[in-house]
Design a protein around this ligand. Structure first.
Ligand code: ASP
Length: 369
């Protein structure tokens, strides 16, 4: 029987209605046995992610801000009241409030922990804490051997299980998180350890597009992308996947399928190590800072934090553009600077011209030559 590890992102679990939707997706395929969840994300523009609330609630003295904790409680309570009335949310929050000296990583990890426990209670599935499965070594990297052993021993006997993403345990026994968006990495580690047939990564878009559909009308969706290229697209700022999420799957033959929780019937985008044609796409980084003299290439330094003397810029990363089209971009768009990377170009431009320029660059990129 085939085995799929599924990871659902925060927007897929933002409220009770989304929990129901995710459960329906799981139940529609018996291969979907192990489910890694993020913390509930935003429900509407201006809403706050649970993880952001936990980060804000954590004080310098390692205690938790009660009013922010109360807001977090309300979010989970709304889901609990609708779907899992017997779940002891009060007990979970009492324990959290009583904890002394809790670390920032521990506080941040509670978003995923509570989401997974609540989902397991609602869907009548086993809950397995990531602190029993994912181990970091003394060097800060994941200890793959210990992780693989624990994952197989704990999970394979279970028909289905829910696991919180984003964290594991350090050699000293404390909770340790990945960087933001790290549930993608948790899911990939589990898929690799279990020798899964497929890693499904469920978000709120249909997969990889030639540009962000929120900025560019009718971008083209890719049905397939190579693991190498997807890794670089993620590093270049595409919010689709954590840039470290593909590494555990290298050499395993396990594909990652990007799927949309809001449109489960859509084919999504398959990320594979098999050779596939490179895709054309643009990704952007709207808030960067540049220091140096663009007239003298090589002396420009672009970073994501303001440096003394730096100016606010944006970057557009373009994959699959021919040199003739790059010359057109230089002529027609007159960017501040173009940096040639190994397999893409980075166009540096004034931050305020970002949205218009991404549309113009995308139009040039997608024109049939
Ligand atoms: N909840 C965490 C974050 O917001 C981790 C994740 O969603 O993957 O970064």
């Amino acid at each position: 029987m085939s085995l799929t590890v599924c990871k659902f992102g925060g927007s897929s679990l933002a409220d009770a209605g989304m929990f129901v939707r995710v459960n329906r997706i799981l139940r529609s395929d018996p291969a979907r046995r192990y489910i890694v969840v993020s913390a509930p994300g935003v429900r509407f523009a201006g809403d706050e992610k649970i993880t952001d609330l936990f980060y804000r609630a954590h004080g310098d003295d390692c205690s938790m801000d009660h009013s922010i904790l109360a807001r977090i409680f309300e979010r989970y309570a709304a889901i609990r009241d609708a779907l899992a009335p017997d779940f002891d949310l009060e007990g979970e929050f009492d324990r959290l409030e009583r904890e002394r000296d809790l670390s920032l990583d521990y506080a941040a990890s509670r978003g995923e922990y509570l989401c997974a426990k609540l989902f397991a209670a609602y869907a009548h599935l086993d809950f397995v804490d990531a602190a029993e499965l994912l181990f970091f070594g003394a060097d800060g990297a994941v200890d793959a051997a210990a992780t693989n052993r624990a994952v197989r021993r704990r999970l394979l006997p279970l028909e289905r299980a829910v696991i919180p993403g984003f964290y594991g345990v350090s050699p000293r026994g404390g909770v340790r998180t990945f960087t933001r968006g790290g549930s993608d990495v948790s899911g990939a580690l589990l898929a690799a350890a279990l020798g899964a047939d497929l890693y499904e990564n469920w978000t709120d878009v249909d997969g990889l597009f030639s540009a962000d559909p929120a900025l560019v009308p009718n971008p083209k969706r890719s049905l397939e992308v190579s693991m190498d290229q997807m890794e670089r697209i993620a590093e270049a700022g595409a919010k689709l996947l954590h840039p470290d999420a593909l590494r555990p799957l290298r050499g395993t033959g396990i594909d990652t399928l990007l799927k949309n929780t809001f449109a489960p019937g859509a084919p999504g985008t398959r990320i594979t190590e098999r050779p596939v044609a490179p895709v054309r796409c643009v990704t952007g980084q709207p808030a960067l800072y540049m220091r140096g003299d663009p007239g003298n290439s090589g002396s420009v330094h672009v970073c994501d934090l303001p440096l003394a003397g730096s100016i606010r810029v944006a970057a557009i990363n373009v994959f699959g553009m021919s040199s003739a089209k790059i010359r057109r971009v230089v002529r027609e768009i007159k960017p501040i600077h173009i940096i040639h990377m190994r397999d893409h170009i980075q166009i540096i431009l004034p931050a305020k011209e970002y949205a218009n320029t991404i549309r113009a660059v995308h139009a040039i990129l997608m024109e049939e030559a």
